[in-house]
Design a binder for this molecule. Structure first.
Ligand code: ADP
Length: 490
């Protein structure tokens, strides 16, 4: 029943047809014909002046109705039909002397009907076009939304979006990872997210930082699920902007890397154990070697002495490698400790350079520096220096010299090591301080190690409240810097 009502309303009510651009001229023609025949039937029962009034009123209403229902063409056809009917009335019933004035009136009325009809019809068609466009673009937006929703649900990552008002949307995968349903609104009192065992404040959350315009790339954090299980997440986030570049929301992707972390932990444990096991025999080998070298020297056995010296050199390298491995696993397990003392940095640099110069074919030039006292772990600072200088040597096969400088700037000591070697590409400069990172291209004449040195150096400097960085141009060389707070003299 309702269906029939709807259909009838759609057929007859022009307002229900707004947005429909199928226009009929048959409907106005047939309806007008029926109307005219009906009028002809009732004509004899009413006075001619009343009949005239009824015809004119109905004509105007029909023109408006058909123009609004079926547009410009229908308005035109209706006008022609009505004018035709007027002619029929004039020629069939008017006295001869009134025909001319009747025709004149008909032409005037016809013109008014036509103008009225065309204007209404044109307006109606314009409205239909606009409505159709609006419906189309709404449909397109809905289709796009549905497509994005499907993609989001299919992603293996958790996806979270938060708009400016704090409204949250999340995909199912995120709820699976976090083990909870997401709230509709961001909850700034949540204590579940942490980094390095410290609860993160809402302003530190990647999604909140992204809402302020920051791009967050692959940051690691921990999360405690409602079931008490602690998981590790790798999170990226970025702002979503409108056409005017204003931030309207932020999106964040979250990967569960708990398994990866566990595996890494087991690998670290293994490396730690293996390097501990290797340390003792290597120390013994070195001791035996030292006494063997002494004895061979006394016996003046030159040939064997050369071989033994080679073995001694390689054993030292092996020991350095094992020490680096141990340091890396100490850093990973938070067990790197320091024995701090007061010492002169400028003297340490000078002595280290003299010691290293013997094994380096480039000229190491010390540019001097003011007397600078530090309170730090002397051996660890020596380790950083050694690493930077041996790298400067390793990665500058064509270079002839290495420049080392100590400066004091704003209560900080800055040591710089400059080489004229292969350099570090701009995009890799941040990453060379990461664990096991090496610039991958094979460059002739360089002998990369395992990518541990700069990682250990960064950790040592960071733990002394200092900074380490590089300035470099590919093909021209690099300058590595580290800064440390100077010991205040009371
Ligand atoms: P490695 O044992 O590989 O030298 P490092 O951690 O000391 O490990 O250095 C990491 C990477 O950084 C190196 O593999 C090299 O690609 C790059 N690098 C370090 N120092 C320099 C330098 N002075 N010039 C050019 N590249 C360097």
């Amino acid at each position: 029943m309702n269906n029939i009502k709807n259909r009838l309303s759609y057929f007859l009510n022009p307002i229900s047809r707004i947005g429909n651009r199928q226009y009929s001229i048959l409907f106005p023609l047939v309806t007008l014909l029926i109307g005219m025949v009906t009028l002809e039937f009732i004509r004899s029962s009413i006075s001619s002046s009343l009949f005239g009034n009824i015809v004119i009123t109905l004509s105007i209403l029909s023109i408006i109705y058909f123009a609004f229902r079926d547009g410009v063409k229908a308005a035109f056809v209706s006008t022609v039909a009505i004018v035709g009917y007027y002619f029929y009335i004039i020629f069939s019933r008017s006295p001869v002397d009134q025909i001319a004035s009747g025709l004149q009136l008909t032409i005037t009325l016809g013109s008014v009907y036509l103008v009225l009809g065309v204007i209404i019809g044109w307006l109606k068609q314009t409205i239909d076009k606009l409505v159709e466009k609006e419906v189309e673009s709404r449909q397109k937006a809905e289709d796009g939304q549905a497509r994005i929703q499907t993609i989001l649900q299919q992603l293996p990552a958790g996806v979270l979006t938060v708009d400016k008002k704090g409204k949250v949307t999340a995909n199912d995968q995120l709820e699976k990872i976090l083990g909870r349903r997401m709230p509709n609104h961001i909850q700034s009192n949540s204590q579940s997210a942490s980094r390095e065992n410290k609860v993160m404040l809402p302003k530190e959350w990647p999604i909140i930082r992204a809402l302020k315009g920051e791009h967050v790339n692959y940051e690691e954090m921990e999360y405690v699920r409602p079931d008490g299980r602690k998981i590790f997440l790798r999170v990226s986030a970025g702002p979503i902007r409108n056409k005017k570049r204003q931030i309207i929301a932020a999106v964040s992707t979250l990967f569960d890397i708990t398994q990866e972390k566990e595996l890494e932990g087991r690998k670290d444990d293994f490396v730690n154990m293996a390097s501990h096991e290797l340390k003792t025999p290597i120390t013994s080998i070195r001791l035996y070697l030292d006494s063997l070298v002494l004895r061979t020297k006394k016996e003046k056995d030159i040939k064997n002495l050369k071989t033994l010296k080679n073995i001694q050199y390689q054993t030292e390298r092996l020991q350095e490698l094992v020490n680096d491995l141990l340091d890396v696993s100490r850093i990973q397990t938070g067990k790197l400790s320091f024995n701090k003392e007061e010492f002169r940095l400028d003297s340490l640099v000078k002595n280290t350079l003299e010691e290293l110069q013997g094994g380096i074919d480039k000229k190491v030039i010390y540019k001097g520096g003011p007397p600078t006292r530090l309170y730090a772990d002397k051996f660890r600072v020596y380790q950083v220096l050694t690493n930077l200088i041996t790298n400067a040597d390793k990665y500058s096969p064509q270079g002839k010299e290495i420049n080392v400088k100590v400066q004091r700037v704003n209560g900080k000591a800055i040591v710089s090591v400059k080489d004229y070697g292969i350099g570090v590409p701009k995009e890799k400069q941040n990453r060379i301080f990461d664990r096991l990172y090496q610039v991958s291209e094979d460059i002739k004449g360089t002998y990369p190690g395992l990518g541990m040195g700069l990682y250990i150096s960064r950790e040592i400097i960071k733990r002394h409240k200092g900074k380490i960085w590089v300035e470099s141009k590919e093909g021209e060389g690099s300058t590595f810097y580290f800064s440390l707070p100077v010991r205040k003299v009371n």
